[in-house]
Ligand binder design. Structure first.
Ligand code: RUB
Length: 317
């Protein structure tokens, strides 16, 4: 029987950090996964192109199987391993290194371009409500602040992991005044804001937005209050598998994130902890990408252009 390919420690460590949410948020996950593939390629001692390919597939599988919802992760693996046609290890190693470097630089560049586009929605004196922590959302606010806009933010704490605290910290670093509210206060505070601005983990071909649990209800409330709903999402958040009917899997996380086991026993309840939900396109005004803003229903055009119909799965095999 063939031995399992040996994985670089950075692959295992990165996978562990993603699973434990020490590395979290769709863009950061994609960036870390690409870097880990780079480490695998750089130090591989595979003695044939076939062995190198097997190693890269095994590394991709380990990274892929960490969290299921953010499509940026499989999209990163697809991009980095898109060309494994080289006939010797050195050619393949150089190809992977080049693609990792390009992917990571493009990610950073896309975030900045998206930020400049999203900033166009924000006027001086506006207040923005946010949910969870999204680097794409922050890029929009940062670009608006750099342009000289005075903004305020209402930040939802985002139970159970409180990613809102990270958002609050980053916004304060930008000098934006922040009011932190509990999640259930959102409806009440929507009266005081001009925008709801959220990120995305995956965007389906019909324009549905998969993002942190609570986004869908928040978008409905925002619609009810006449507050425009914008989603800041680089194109690596587009889920190409949904073009052919694949569904985005919603991650279910441990009950311990919601309640400690003693309280759970005392209350005698089951705890459900889905990490994400799906906002239908009719509740979204605009998806802001590095290629411009799109009504959610037309994002499929961009998806086809960028990904085509062929969706590789280099973590299989
Ligand atoms: C994070 C989350 C973020 C998106 C977008 O969820 O839902 O809104 O990932 O983030 P979690 P970014 O904390 O469970 O990973 O814009 O940084 O890619």
């Amino acid at each position: 029987m063939d031995e399992a390919p040996s994985l670089h420690p950075e692959v295992r460590e990165t996978a562990g950090r993603i699973a434990a949410m020490e590395t979290r948020g769709a863009a950061a996950i994609a960036d870390a996964a690409a870097a880990a593939l780079g480490a695998q390629a750089e130090t591989s001692d595979a003695d044939s192109a076939a062995a190198f390919r097997a190693e890269m597939r095994a590394a991709a599988r380990t990274l892929h199987d960490t969290r299921p919802t953010a499509v940026s992760l499989p999209n990163a693996l697809r991009y980095v391993l898109a060309d494994l046609s080289g006939e010797d290890v050195e050619t393949l190693r150089a190809t992977v290194a080049r693609r990792v470097e390009r992917f990571r630089a493009d990610l950073e560049d896309a975030r900045k371009r998206l930020g400049r586009i999203g900033a166009g929605r924000l006027r001086d004196g506006d207040a923005v409500m946010t949910h969870c922590h999204s680097t794409d959302v922050l890029a929009c606010i940062e670009a608006a602040v750099e342009r000289g806009a005075d903004l305020e933010a209402v930040v939802k704490e985002t139970r159970p992991r409180n990613q809102g605290h990270v958002t609050a910290r980053r916004l304060r670093e930008l000098g934006v005044p922040v009011t932190l509210v509990v999640d259930s206060a959102a409806h009440r505070f929507l009266d005081e804001v001009d925008h709801l601005l959220v990120g995305a983990d995956s965007i389906a071909a019909d324009g549905s937005v998969v993002n942190k649990i609570g986004t869908a209800g928040l978008a409905v409330s925002a619609r009810d209050r006449g507050v425009p709903v914008a989603v800041a999402a680089q194109s690596i958040k587009l889920a190409p598998g949904t073009l052919t009917g694949e569904a985005v899997e919603i991650e279910r996380r441990d009950a311990g994130e919601v309640l400690d086991s003693a309280t759970r026993e005392e209350l005698d309840v089951e705890v459900a902890n889905p990490a994400f939900d799906v906002t239908p396109p009719r509740h979204v005004d605009a998806i802001v990408t590095e290629h411009g803003q799109f009504p959610p229903e037309s994002v499929v055009v961009l998806m086809r252009e960028l990904f085509g119909e062929e969706v590789a799965e280099p973590w299989h095999g």
